[in-house]
Design a protein around this ligand. Structure first.
Ligand SMILES: CSC[C@H]1O[C@H](OP(=O)(O)O)[C@H](O)[C@@H]1O
Length: 352
């Protein structure tokens, strides 16, 4: 890992990289209690489906330090489970903590919770490394067909900032860059929270060539033949392969289909929710209108600044995710390889 981790659990505190300050400042925050962890997830100071799952698991461990009775455990699970609805990794991680801790006597729960949270973190890093290797093969083939260069478009941030290491959508890109493949990334800014700036910050730090574009430039770039493949992350993949991801992903999938380009979702199996039959069953988070009315940045002196771009009385809608139907997805890159959206049930560990 050539960077400080976005999440560190010391046992008495959770140290995160405050992603609302990036890319202008690398500020770390120490979260010392359950409410601070819940607020950090809700306010997206820590974000990204796998990362919020791992953070919530650490939050349970933190909550049980003082008291670990049934009521305390139930309260911690409920508070953290209410932070964000769409990313299934959050709910998967909390369910896993409940399974591990419920049967134990209260006196054993705090130590067991720390162990389980550490296991989730370690497993996440392994899964994403494998996603990178499986996606690497696909990028290598495209680069060979493209006279050595491959142009990837991505949306939002599904890099190491959204996971524990490697990322999901960015993992194949990092692997290709490390192998010496001439990979260039079109980075979509991703209004309104502009997580594309996080992707640009990550890629620039790793020396991966990139171009930041407004979200609405994606279709033209694809129509001009400047994009070879689109890869995004996911927050929840339904049993039939429909995939929820950051708002705007669906539009990129439509443009990719219209231009005959492959569109891949990169996600570990912990992001697949076999309890969701299709995309219609995936809860879509609606966030505060202020996120659309404002843009966060920095002033001329480099200090954090928020600029109001729309009046307070303007009606605003701010759905934070959309669903890309399986018919628009070429393949899903998981730790087991690249599979058709309809073949998820055949993968190891798939819930029947
Ligand atoms: C590797 S999952 C990243 C996934 O999570 C992001 O959502 P948010 O920034 O709101 O937490 C986005 O949908 C990414 O694709």
């Amino acid at each position: 890992m050539a960077h400080l981790p976005p999440l560190e659990f010391t046992g008495n505190a959770i140290r995160i990289l405050d992603q609302t300050r990036l890319p202008h400042a690398e500020a770390r925050l120490e979260l010392r209690d359950l409410d601070a962890v819940a607020a950090a997830i809700t306010d997206m100071r820590v974000r990204g489906a796998p990362l919020i799952g791992a953070t919530a698991a650490c939050g349970v461990a933190l909550a049980l330090r003082e008291r670990a009775d049934d009521a305390t455990l139930a309260h911690a699970l409920a508070v953290l489970g209410a932070t964000r609805p769409t990313a299934v990794n959050l709910h998967w991680a909390l369910a896993r903590m409940a399974r591990a801790l419920d049967p134990l006597p209260a006196g054993e729960r705090a130590e067991a919770a720390a162990r389980e949270a550490a296991a989730i973190i370690a497993e996440d890093a392994q899964m994403n490394a494998r996603i990178g290797q499986h996606g690497l093969g696909m990028l290598r083939t495209l680069a060979e067909a493209g006279h050595g260069r491959v142009n990837v478009m991505t949306h939002c941030n599904a890099g190491w900032l959204a996971t524990l290491e490697h990322g999901t959508a960015l993992s194949p890109i990092y692997a290709a860059h490390a192998e010496g493949i001439d990979v260039h990334v079109w980075v979509s800014e991703t209004r309104p929270r502009n997580q594309g700036l996080l992707t640009a910050w990550e890629l620039a730090a790793s020396g991966v060539p990139l171009t930041l574009v407004a979200d609405n430039a994606a279709g033209l770039l694809m129509a001009r033949g400047q994009v070879d493949v689109v890869i995004t992350g996911a927050d929840r993949v339904a049993a039939n392969g429909d995939s929820a991801n950051k708002i705007g992903t669906y539009l990129k999938a439509l443009a990719a289909a219209d231009n005959g380009l492959p569109f891949y979702i990169a996600a570990p199996m912990s992001t697949v929710d076999f309890g969701c039959p299709d995309g219609g069953a995936i809860p879509i988070e609606d966030r505060a209108g202020a996120e659309v009315r404002e843009v966060a940045g920095r002033d001329a002196d480099g200090r954090p600044a928020t600029v109001r771009i729309a009046p307070d009385d303007l009606p605003v809608a701010n759905p934070a995710f959309d669903v890309t139907p399986a018919r628009l997805i070429t393949g899903i890159i998981t730790e087991h390889g690249i599979c058709a959206p309809s073949a998820l049930h055949d993968l190891p560990g798939a819930e029947r």
